[in-house]
Design a binder for this molecule. Structure first.
Ligand code: ATP
Ligand code: MG
Length: 634
């Protein structure tokens, strides 16, 4: 229920953060009240709710038992195995408390790390909640990462126990996890955990089990049928988890999250941003391996007494109506997805969006990449509900720019995620001078510390790296850098222009990749595009575009190819001026993307400049990078 002027609300949150967040803190259960809302004597480090004791699992599960024990908590649907099951809060409690007892029996206690490398199955959520129940720290690694990537994360987190499964499934294809795990464990050497708990789904060859190290989950569960672990109360700033960034720009950073601040921040977002109410169903199409999955598949919906829908499968299998059928069946009220997935659905037959009753849905939220105008307008038109862009990062844990319609019913502007979210003192800076820039001027998006509750506490085990990486933008002033480039309008609405690493400098004019990409994508024939800056002796850099066409038959002969390239270039010239003109437009069937669906511009750029594409461990499908290689080599 809108009850404020959003601008006043935001101003109050940054003018007196301690007072603002003290009011919000009442949203969660505190075993012991905090004595100080904010401690900020060692900037940029800060502690929220100092001295308070709480527990994430208790807030997500136990707290609801009295009032909503029989209500749905976790709805799991897999179109890969054809399974569908709903766990009530009571059943979720039984599973989680038992799983925690199993971990405890393996020696897991406060501060110990549990590495979770799992497909999208309920046991993955049980394992996460069980870990924080014990005051231990989870590190979820996206299932399907290759053994090398897994090994580096094992080495960094040094887990006591690892939880995995026999296999994951994707589009009907079995990806055996256990052999990858075995290889990663041998690569990790003495950082490898002593115990590995294996959930055998029975979808792959029975996994090789190493005696003394590997334990079968079903057997443990049977043996410990009646065991339940108690909640371990932890101080608010005790770490709840480590999560690595997507690795789009280079080496992933291990983001460390606190406990109390995170719970409070997530609880507040359900009212102010998402408008999800207890008893309703929240559907986030992300994966638990990413921050959206942590915050909006697992913790925020459960902390707020909602049912969360967890989906294993593709958005297009068995058909492109599968998500919408779930919205109808489970009366989803709030949905959360990513532009990359929506662009896939946009290419499908429009009938799939007409087949189901979507009346329950109140809003669709999007994050992960710039939400382009054509995709946003299309889906908003089809669904007839607001489509709201959220801009945030693994580091922040919850949105940093959006339209907080739970505070005031402000307009959504297509192409913009909106205004700074309460708690975030967002500013735009000129990178060279360190001066703040005003409306209409491009700059790097920064946040004045102290960072609000739930944002990263530090880089796991590397406090120095936290300070130098995130606060090293200016010598004389502490500013958190997002490494994204943006611009804001007179109303304060931001537009993301791309990553600072990807800014293209043509003869002294600085252009965000997003600006040129939007112009290219405005051509009706183009489905998706990535633009990179390629070094040029004359101009410094020139833009090159790599575009996927909607209908490949348009490229049947060299003439039509050339015609389309010319049209695209003309369009960019018209939208942005000749300075932004791509020197070339290459047509490919597919762009290289990270496993979280982000375009790997750094590798495209490297290939376009004849260099090595660099670290490709986060690459989803090697075909994308091959396409680019072939395109530039002619
Ligand atoms: P790494 O930090 O390892 O290079 P990454 O930045 O892709 O990887 P994430 O934390 O998963 O890792 O992604 C956050 C980034 O995604 C943001 O900094 C921004 O570049 C982009 N992003 C997220 N949401 C949006 C959005 N709504 N609009 C535009 N860009 C977005
Ligand atoms: Mg990043």
């Amino acid at each position: 229920m809108p009850h404020h002027s959003y601008r006043d609300f935001h101003a109050a949150s940054v003018a007196d953060p301690a007072a603002f967040w003290t009011r919000e803190a009442g949203r969660i259960h505190w075993h012991k009240p905090f004595t100080q809302a904010l401690a900020y004597d060692q900037p940029p480090f800060r502690d929220w709710f100092v001295g308070g004791e709480t527990n994430l699992c208790y807030n997500a599960v136990d707290r609801h038992l009295a009032e909503r024990g029989e209500q749905a908590a976790l709805i799991h649907v897999s179109t890969e195995t054809g399974s569908e099951r709903t766990y009530s809060y009571r059943e979720l409690y039984e599973e989680v408390a038992r799983f925690a007892a199993i971990l405890e029996a393996q020696g897991v206690g406060r501060g110990d790390r549990v590495l979770i490398y799992m497909p999208m199955i309920p046991e993955a959520v049980f394992a996460m909640l069980a870990t924080v129940r014990l005051g231990a720290v989870h590190s979820v690694v996206f299932g399907g990462f290759a053994s090398h990537s897994l090994a580096t994360r094992i080495e960094d987190a040094r887990p006591k126990v690892m939880v995995t499964a026999d296999a994951g499934l994707r589009g009907g294809k079995v990806i055996a996890y256990k052999p990858l795990v075995d290889e990663a464990l041998s690569l990790a050497g003495d950082a490898a955990p002593a115990r590995v708990i294996v959930v055998n789904r029975g979808v792959a060859e029975p996994p090789m089990m190493k005696p003394g190290r590997d334990l079968d989950y079903a057997e443990l569960r049977e043996r410990m049928q009646d065991a339940r672990a108690c909640v371990a109360w932890v101080e608010s700033n005790h770490p709840s988890y480590i999560l690595y960034t997507s690795g789009t720009t280079g080496k992933p950073k291990g983001v460390q999250r606190d406990t109390g601040g995170y719970a409070v921040a997530l609880a507040s977002t359900m009212e102010y941003i998402y408008g999800g109410r207890p008893g309703e169903t929240f559907f986030s199409t992300s994966d638990i391996g990413w921050v959206v999955g942590h915050s909006y598949i697992v913790y925020a919906p459960l902390i707020n007494g909602m049912a969360t829908l967890m989906y294993e499968g593709l958005p297009t299998r068995p058909d492109a109506g599968v998500w919408w059928s779930l919205v109808e069946k489970y009366r989803v009220t709030v949905m959360f997805s990513a532009p990359t997935a929506l662009r896939v659905l946009k290419k499908q037959d429009p009938v799939w969006l007409k087949k189901y009753d979507l009346k329950s849905l109140r809003a669709l939220f999007m994050a992960g990449e710039p939400l382009d105008e054509p995709t946003a307008s299309w889906i908003a038109g089809e669904l007839g509900v607001p489509v709201i862009d959220n801009y945030w990062q693994t580091e922040t844990g919850w949105p940093m720019l959006t339209v907080c319609r739970g505070v005031e019913d402000l307009p959504v502007k297509v192409g913009s995620p909106g205004l700074p979210v309460y708690g975030y003192d967002v500013r735009l800076f000129d990178e060279a001078t360190g001066e703040e820039v005003g409306p209409g001027q491009k700059g790097v998006i920064g946040v004045l510390p102290p960072l609000p509750p739930g944002c990263m506490s530090t880089v796991w085990g590397q406090d120095g790296r936290f300070v130098s990486t995130y606060f090293g933008l200016f010598k004389d002033r502490l500013v958190y850098s997002s490494f994204d480039w943006g611009i804001k309008d007179e109303d304060g609405y931001y537009t993301i222009l791309g990553r600072t690493d990807d800014v293209i400098n043509v003869a002294g004019h600085r252009l965000g990749t997003r600006e040129i990409e939007e112009a290219v994508a405005g051509h009706g024939a183009i489905a998706e595009v990535a633009v990179v800056g390629v070094s040029d002796t004359l101009k410094g850099q020139v833009p090159q575009a790599f575009a996927v066409v909607r209908d490949p038959s348009q490229l049947a002969d060299p003439d039509s190819r050339e015609r389309l390239e010319k049209e695209v270039i003309a369009r960019v010239a018209q939208a942005l001026g000749a300075i932004a003109n791509p020197a070339r437009v290459f047509f490919v069937n597919q762009l290289p993307k990270t496993r979280s669906g982000k375009v790997l511009r750094r590798s495209i750029q490297a290939l376009a400049e004849g260099r090595d594409p660099g670290d490709l461990t986060t690459l989803d499908d090697p075909a994308g990078i091959e396409q680019v290689r072939q395109a530039v080599q002619g």
